[in-house]
Write a protein that binds this ligand. Structure first.
Ligand SMILES: O=C(O)CCC(=O)C(=O)O
Ligand SMILES: [Fe+2]
Length: 356
């Protein structure tokens, strides 16, 4: 039951491929092979797909969106109380105009990004016996908003299960056993970043140079992205052109992160993306919400090119790393403002882009 409706460019318009995965679990071998082939094509050409048939009920999405609204509606002073003890702790509240995502790939933008965010993620305490480092698996901070924790935990459970189903599809699409990635993700460091792009007070048109969220690649294995169907998100193509992306009704966006690019030696893409100040059809500034569920893998997992992805006689394009080291370099850039000098390939792609 697979269907790819759309390709990288359909009739001159850019489109993110839609893949219906409802026939994956328990489906026929032929149906599963079609889904894996569709995913392989989208991963190799666009690095983003839209997943239909993900099985998450509308009511769960509605409750989650309501929880986001209730949290972001709190007065700024109350939200500021929920900041982590230091920006290195990837939890809690980030006020608007404090991070620059492009620093994660070593490029500085003139102004801080517009977004505000609230992060939750995997905690060391959830894996008793493994003695995971608190620095990578810090405790969550929960706001005093009735129903927020329940709705957010429900969403994390659903998005996390979808991410795991996707890694099974990815393994098959790469010619590996379905459970290939399981040993890399049995204590996966997953983070949900809930983003809010407030409409800037008083501004009618976007302030040039101020982005909703600066250009970046996602750092981990795969991201499940829920987003309002409001213009803002753009992805970069090979020729340096930016393209607007919004999910089709009922679909979730899914994009690959750096670890899959490293694993596949760039057969699959960790696509650069950014968010412009969101606007409506008439070009007026509006608010927008999104939530990125990052499935990043075990902090101590070693990432080296997969069998078959490096041509005989050539060197892998990336040096080996661990999930923990890669994330720490990226987060030092985006959250703590230290330019990441370990992402030369991504920085070169951004410098080549048309930044208009
Ligand atoms: O707001 C969006 O649509 C994208 C957010 C994003 O790229 C992220 O949180 O990493
Ligand atoms: Fe992202």
């Amino acid at each position: 039951m697979s269907g790819t409706t759309g390709g990288a460019a359909v009739g001159g318009r850019f489109a993110v491929p839609v893949v219906d995965i409802s026939g994956w679990s328990g489906g026929s071998a032929a149906g599963r092979a079609l889904i894996a082939a569709d995913v392989d094509r989208a991963a190799s050409t666009v690095g983003f797909l839209q997943v239909r048939g993900h099985g998450i009920p509308d009511g769960v999405v509605r409750d989650f969106a309501a929880a986001l609204d209730a949290f972001f509606a709190l007065p700024l002073e109350e939200k500021r109380q929920l900041r982590p003890p230091s920006p290195d702790v990837n939890r809690g509240y980030t006020p608007p105009r404090t991070e620059k995502l492009s620093l994660s790939l070593g490029v500085a933008t003139p102004a801080e990004d517009l977004f505000e965010a609230f992060n939750v993620g995997s905690e060391a305490a959830s894996f008793p016996g493994l003695r995971l480092p608190e620095a990578h698996y810090p405790a969550n901070i929960w706001p005093p908003v009735p129903g927020f924790r329940r709705a957010v935990e429900e969403w994390c459970g659903r998005a996390g299960a979808l991410a795991r189903r996707l890694t099974g599809i990815f393994a098959c699409a790469l010619g590996l056993a379905e459970g290939y990635f399981a040993p890399f993700t049995d204590h996966s460091l997953d983070v949900l970043r809930m983003n809010h792009y407030p409409r800037p007070e008083g501004d009618l048109v976007p302030d040039r140079g101020r982005l909703g969220m600066g250009a970046h690649t996602d750092y981990g294995i795969v991201t499940v992205l829920w987003a309002d169907r409001v213009a803002g998100l753009q992805i970069l193509d090979d020729r340096g052109g930016w393209h607007d992306v919004a999910p089709e009704p009922g679909c979730l966006l899914v994009n690959l992160g750096d670890l899959l690019a490293r694993w596949t030696n760039d057969r699959w893409r960790s696509t650069l993306h950014r968010v412009l100040p969101p606007t409506d059809d008439a070009g007026r500034l509006v608010r927008r919400r999104s939530a990125a569920y990052f499935h990043d893998g075990n902090w101590d997992a070693e990432i080296t090119a997969l069998p078959g992805c490096v041509p005989v006689g050539s060197e892998p394009r990336y040096p080996p790393t661990t999930v923990g080291r890669h994330l720490a370099e990226k987060l030092a850039g985006s959250r703590a403002g230290r330019l990441n000098e370990n992402a030369p390939r991504e920085a070169a792609r951004l410098r080549k882009a048309d930044n208009g």
